[in-house]
Ligand binder design. Sequence first.
Ligand SMILES: C[S@@+](CC[C@H](N)C(=O)[O-])C[C@H]1O[C@@H](n2cnc3c(N)ncnc32)[C@H](O)[C@@H]1O
Length: 267
Amino acid sequence: MNNEKHTEKDNLSSVVYKNDKLTLYKGDACESATFHNEFADLIITSPPYNVDINYNSHKDDLSYIEYLEFTKSWISNCFKWSKNQARFCLNIPLDKNKGGQKSVGADITKIAQDVGWKYHSTIIWNEGNISRRTAWGSWMSASAPYVIAPVELIVVLFKEEWKKTNGSKVSDIKKEEFIEWTNGLWTFNGESKKRIGHPAPFPIELPYRCIKLFSYVDDTVFDPFAGSGTILIAANNTNSYGIGLEIDEAYCDLAKQRIMNETNMLI
Ligand SMILES: C[S@@+](CC[C@H](N)C(=O)[O-])C[C@H]1O[C@@H](n2cnc3c(N)ncnc32)[C@H](O)[C@@H]1O
């Protein structure tokens, strides 16, 4: 059964929650020996963006070079932990304006390809309820204006071949969903930090769409930065197996609590 196939090294990670379909580990996505086999059919994740968010256990104000090294480390581990036909939905910023303009989306996409992931496409997530209109640069002057796009990217990659021949071969996506979601401009609101109790949760709609569109029923979906456990709730609600990895103990507890509250599972 899928949920038995991701074998972790006991000393590097610990199981904080497990049932028949979902497992949450406390551990480090940058530690390649955290798992020692290929188990993921679909990875959906939003890594730290290096925008100085106060995560309890992760320093989110690295130099850009250090951030790209961190990125390379966890993305190559994900490659190692993925099955041959795995897909990878990578939610990242388009760019960064604060503290020097950087082409973050392009740079991370290049790193992913450098470590072996193949490029498929990019979905633009038009996050309806965010305002990035705080820094105009030179107001009403061509001297140094700032252009800021209120969107994020979901870069879609795959490991060896795009066509899926393994798994249950059962897709339970509806006709209207398929038509709407294969249009690569997705518009839905971001999640409230306050409501979830985590500094950067993504809305469940994001993993929900990715799972329905890119995986079969009973596939194993994995989030190496599980945070408040959104991926595990989405996996539960879509008849998938879900694996989450999170470095911070308090967020692991939060994720456990959310699973209990939002899936009617007993812990
Ligand atoms: C952007 S948040 C992910 C939020 C998640 N998508 C959700 O909906 O709650 C990034 C998460 O990565 C965790 N993290 C940072 N470095 C990590 C590492 N090396 N290994 C595992 N988790 C890490 C942080 O503690 C944080 O919870």
